[in-house]
Design a protein. Sequence first.
Length: 271
Amino acid sequence: MKRVSSYAMGLLCAMLTIPAFGQDVHIVSVDDLDARIPIAVPPFAAVSPDLVPIAEEMAEVIAFDLDFSGMFIILDEQDYPENFRGLEPDVARLDREAWRATRAEHLVYGVLQQEGDQLVAQFRLFDLFSMDQIVGQELRVDRQHPRLAAHRFSEEVIRYLTGTPGIGTTEIVFSAGPMGEKELYIADYDGANVRQITRHGSISIMPKLSPDGNRIAYLSYKDRYSFLYIYDRRDGVSAPLSREVGLNAAPAWAPNGEYLAMTLSKDGNSE
């Protein structure tokens, strides 16, 4: 018998027969239905022992991204196949039948190797119903950025299975620091990989990331008064945007990234 995915079953259960005009409609919920997709993300394989911790971290990042999307149930380790002792670098040795017997509908497989200063990650997504590989990517990143490769593949998995790309490579920019001294920082959406981007020794707040992610508009007191600046991530340089007398605040990017809205009080009142 062909199995039906829980996601498809959720859609089927949501279908209603349209009654004739004038008839009452009664909708009754008999039980809670979890339409999330069960998926297994075991620790990835590595071709050398020194890469094992990095490969395991990559699997954890992908599992977190999938779980955070709200569209997946991550298979617990206790529910892995009984004879499973870890993924092997040779994908031909993957026991697909054993994984098919679990309650997972999909399996994320990964193997990591290093070439020069780069990490080379080979990721695969298997459909455990058909036993076929449905997504495959080879991603190369600098050794200090292993999480980036994991985020990129998680986005592709989410896009393929749900139709909407994930947010794994999304970044957040924020202001932080002790009283009287706030600098700008940027981090991955999950809070990892935090980097300080300004060192003004003053108060810098209200950062707004441009649509292309290359520039940050913000307010700073680094030149004594509250002026607006734009930080260019490509060269690490901050340039003045508005240093008018009075209020300079509330920068906001237009969707095309070519214009900015702001609040100024140079004419005697805020506009």
